[in-house]
Design a protein around this ligand. Structure first.
Ligand code: FAD
Length: 376
């Protein structure tokens, strides 16, 4: 897989992307579409796997299409909204427009790599960034000179740390993920709540679902945590597991900035939100496109300004979801309210997925309120 020629002798790209996860790959694709050259360095070999809920929100699906990424219909599943449940409470909301899409991480990775190759992105698989240099980077086996460097090196970004941009960790949990061979029983992502733990199910193929349990206490193990969701545990009884169980940190953390000199942070390397939002990949795709546009215009200033706007609504939603995780009574009250007012839930989801602006949300809320009054 590795090339025998040291990268320094062959590489002098406009943009060096460190990290070949979904956001690094999307950045390289978007950069090529802006007419700049791009090299991706990734320490692992493709397709890169990672514990993830594997649901891509509608905004992310739209961006993948815009980038020309071909998502295989047979290896994915469209979902039309979200269902929240706890005990006897169950409430659902549909997206305003296009559906979201569930797919295995490896399927997404393959699709992104294929598109990047079509566009002439250079890859350095199995190589690691060792040191950031003023004119590029020193890798595990060579040097790359570049005009800009993009840190897409994930949650524990070494580049972010080196640049002194680490922000405080606001909350850290763990997600445990398994896949089961079963036809999805719903076209919604189903999120089940219980005290201190959530389980969510994403349909990822016509014959497969992805199940994640999120917890502060992973030592209990997947099966014990799953047993806290009797309905789901019952459904999965005797169903064949088709992947190795994988765990991953779900961290809500900011950065002290997303641009330093000629280096920009994207995706989880910039800001990571808790997995319960289901927004990590979509947010990263929005950032990738904004960053490439900024680079296409000759610099990083525009990206630095755009980043806060991209993250705002999801950061507020993350705070809310994590607060509800720790306050069971408030959570049940909130879920009960959404159950009574499904229109409210669907409009809140619209804000979360950026399908609705705040002004549209308020207008709809007023309409809902009037409707409620005429019915009481
Ligand atoms: C349990 C769980 C469930 C989740 N569920 C969802 C969901 O349903 N929907 C959703 O949208 N998001 C979800 N997320 C979040 C999502 O997984 C992340 O937001 C997403 O993976 C971020 O992509 P990234 O490319 O920024 O980082 P990563 O996917 O972490 O990729 C970073 C890459 O950089 C490479 N790298 C790191 N350091 C170096 C180095 N020095 N040199 C070379 N390469 C390096 C790594 O090998 C890795 O491949 C979930 C997360 C967790 C933990």
């Amino acid at each position: 897989m590795r090339r025998s020629i040291p990268p320094s002798t062959i590489m002098n790209p406009d943009v060096l992307v460190v990290g070949g996860g979904p956001v690094g790959l999307a950045t390289a694709i978007a950069v090529r579409l802006e007419g700049l050259s791009a090299t991706v360095v990734e320490r692992r070999l493709p397709p890169v796997e990672k514990a993830c809920g594997e649901g891509i929100m509608p905004g992310g699906v739209t961006l993948l299409k815009k980038l020309g990424v071909n998502l295989p219909a047979g290896g994915s599943f469209r979902f039309r909204g979200i269902l929240y449940q706890e005990g006897h409470i169950s409430t659902r909301a549909h997206f305003q427009g296009l559906p979201g899409m569930g797919m295995r991480r490896t399927t997404l990775h393959n699709a992104l790599v294929q598109r990047a190759k079509e566009l002439g992105v250079h890859f350095l698989w199995g190589r690691q960034l060792r040191e950031l240099l003023p004119t590029g980077a020193r890798l595990s086996d060579g040097m790359v000179r570049s005009r800009w460097t993009v840190a897409a090196d994930g949650l524990n970004s070494g580049i972010r740390r080196t640049l002194g941009l680490d922000g405080p960790i606001r909350r850290q949990r763990v997600g445990l993920r398994r896949h089961y061979r079963i036809a999805p029983w719903s076209d919604l992502v189903e999120v089940s709540f219980t005290d201190g733990c959530q389980a969510y199910v994403t349909p990822v193929a016509p014959d497969q679902i992805c199940v994640v349990v999120l917890t502060d206490n992973p030592r209990q193990g997947f099966d014990r945590l799953l047993s806290r969701f009797p309905l789901l545990a019952h459904r999965l009884q005797g169903i064949r597991q088709v992947s190795e169980e994988q765990g991953g940190a779900s961290v809500f953390r900011g950065a002290r900035g997303v641009v330093r000199g000629r280096v920009a942070l994207v995706g989880d390397a910039a800001v990571s939100v808790d997995a319960i939002t289901g927004e990590g990949v979509s947010l990263g795709l929005h950032q990738a496109v904004a960053l490439a546009r900024s680079l296409g215009r000759g610099g990083l200033d525009e990206y630095a300004r755009a980043h806060a706007g991209i993250m705002g609504a999801t950061i507020r939603m993350t705070r809310l979801m994590l607060a509800l995780d720790r306050r069971p009574r408030l959570r049940r009250l909130a879920l009960g309210t959404l159950q009574r007012w499904p229109g409210l839930f669907s409009n809140l989801l619209g804000i979360h997925t950026r399908e609705l602006s705040l002004a549209q949300f308020c207008a709809r809320l007023i309409r809902l309120d009037r409707l409620g009054r005429t019915h009481t």
